[in-house]
Design a protein around this ligand. Structure first.
Ligand code: FES
Ligand SMILES: [Fe+2]
Length: 395
């Protein structure tokens, strides 16, 4: 079964549903199981997993948007997709429609994709190019710096100043040609600071020599945290991904923890075994809360996990390669997509079962394998930090 729902050119690509925006109210008194005990940081050997209600109670969706997704840097795409002034991408982040655009001076800008008149969209496409941004509702026009320029049929409106109705900007940052935005950046270190030691760690591989190839989107019937937990351990590989397990030297699988990211790596079993890509290591690199890079010889996959509801999420896969054009490259890419889909289907199936298990009467909290689940523990510790910050509770 292929769960890919959108092709890259589908204009609904950026849409979360049903719009869980930044303003979405949450009432902390409705949130179960946020106690000193559940929010406590315990070392891995002693810790329990987070309560099942954090994955299953409807109130946690708004709380996650507020406390996690609005305050962290969110990957939106690669700079090469918007090389010229006026080129843009549209994305939904934390339920908010955004447009990321190359300005006239070559810099990157990001705005809410929301017109100041009555909230219409500047674009309804996933990507495109425009000399000015024209609202698709009544035609107000904006310059690429976000200032309002053209306002048809407004000469009889009193006390109207165009300067009050420019596009609302959003923080944008580029790191290794990857573009990130953040709705409320006050609590988050810059992407560059978070990634400090990353380059050294993956040498001799690099992510800046890769070319964007395409995007696939998967819709899952599980909470976003189920997918992230699953990503962060190789413990499940032998049972869930037997074919992948055959390619990896599983006994050498290691997880490393840094303050802001975690890294799982494994050598490939034998040279050339994985789709003629040569030898090397496989890196699964995670930046809190939802950014993943799978780095293999000759290729890079980037995943962003989007919370679309308390028991649904979307996983956006962007594929990058060293080479795109040669016959050999095309064949490798085809095989890479096919194998990635297989692994993704296996993960989706188990994650959806886990969601049902978490919703059952039988389960509340579990324990961690110290050998194999320190990445999950690291993620859940950072999640507790986010929750405590949002609730105004100290460590
Ligand atoms: S909502 Fe944009 S012009 Fe009316
Ligand atoms: Fe997996």
């Amino acid at each position: 079964m292929n769960r890919k729902l959108h092709s890259f050119f589908d204009p609904t690509i950026g849409a979360d549903s049903p719009n869980p925006g930044l303003d979405l109210e949450f009432d902390a008194s409705n949130l179960p199981d946020l106690t000193d005990d559940t929010l406590k940081q315990e070392r891995l050997e002693r810790a329990s997993t987070i309560p099942s209600s954090w994955y299953t109670h409807s109130s946690f969706h708004a709380f996650d948007i507020h406390s996690v997704f609005s305050t962290t840097w969110q990957y939106v795409g690669h700079e090469s997709r918007i090389p010229e002034p006026g080129d843009y991408l549209s994305e939904t982040v934390g339920g908010n429609p955004l447009i990321i655009i190359r300005a006239d001076d070559g810099s990157l800008k990001a705005f809410y994709n929301v017109c100041g008149h009555r909230g219409g969209p500047l674009t309804m496409q996933a990507c495109g190019s425009a000399k000015v941004l024209q609202c698709k509702y009544h035609g107000w026009t904006y310059l690429l710096d976000g200032s309002l320029r053209g306002v048809p049929r407004f000469n009889r409106t009193d006390l109207f100043d165009k300067r009050d109705f420019g596009l609302v900007p959003v923080a944008v940052e580029s790191w290794a040609d990857l573009v990130f935005v953040c709705l409320v950046p006050t609590r988050s270190l810059s992407v560059r600071e978070q990634m400090k030691e990353f380059d050294k760690r993956i040498r001799p591989m690099s992510i800046t020599d890769k070319h964007y190839h395409g995007r696939e989107i998967y819709e899952l019937a599980c909470n976003w945290k189920v997918y992230v937990d699953n990503y962060l351990e190789g413990y499940h590989i032998p049972l869930v991904h037997p074919d992948l397990c055959d390619l990896l030297d599983y006994r050498s699988y290691v997880t490393e923890i840094s303050p802001y990211y975690s890294l799982q790596y494994s050598p490939l079993k034998s040279e050339g075994h994985i789709h003629n890509a040569g030898s090397g290591d496989v890196f699964y690199f995670f930046v809190y809360p939802n950014f993943m890079m799978n780095i293999l010889p000759g290729r890079l996959q980037i995943n962003r996990v989007v919370a679309t509801g308390y028991r649904s999420c979307r996983v956006i896969f962007d594929y990058y390669y060293d080479r795109l054009q040669t016959e050999e490259a095309r064949q490798m890419i085809e095989e890479d997509y096919s194998f990635s889909r297989q692994v993704q289907e296996e993960d989706i199936e188990i994650c959806e079962y886990v969601q049902r298990g978490l919703e059952s009467n039988a389960y509340d909290r579990g324990r961690f394998s110290v050998d194999a689940e320190k990445g999950v523990h690291h993620f859940q510790s950072l999640l507790k930090d986010s929750y405590r910050n949002a609730l105004g509770r100290s460590g």
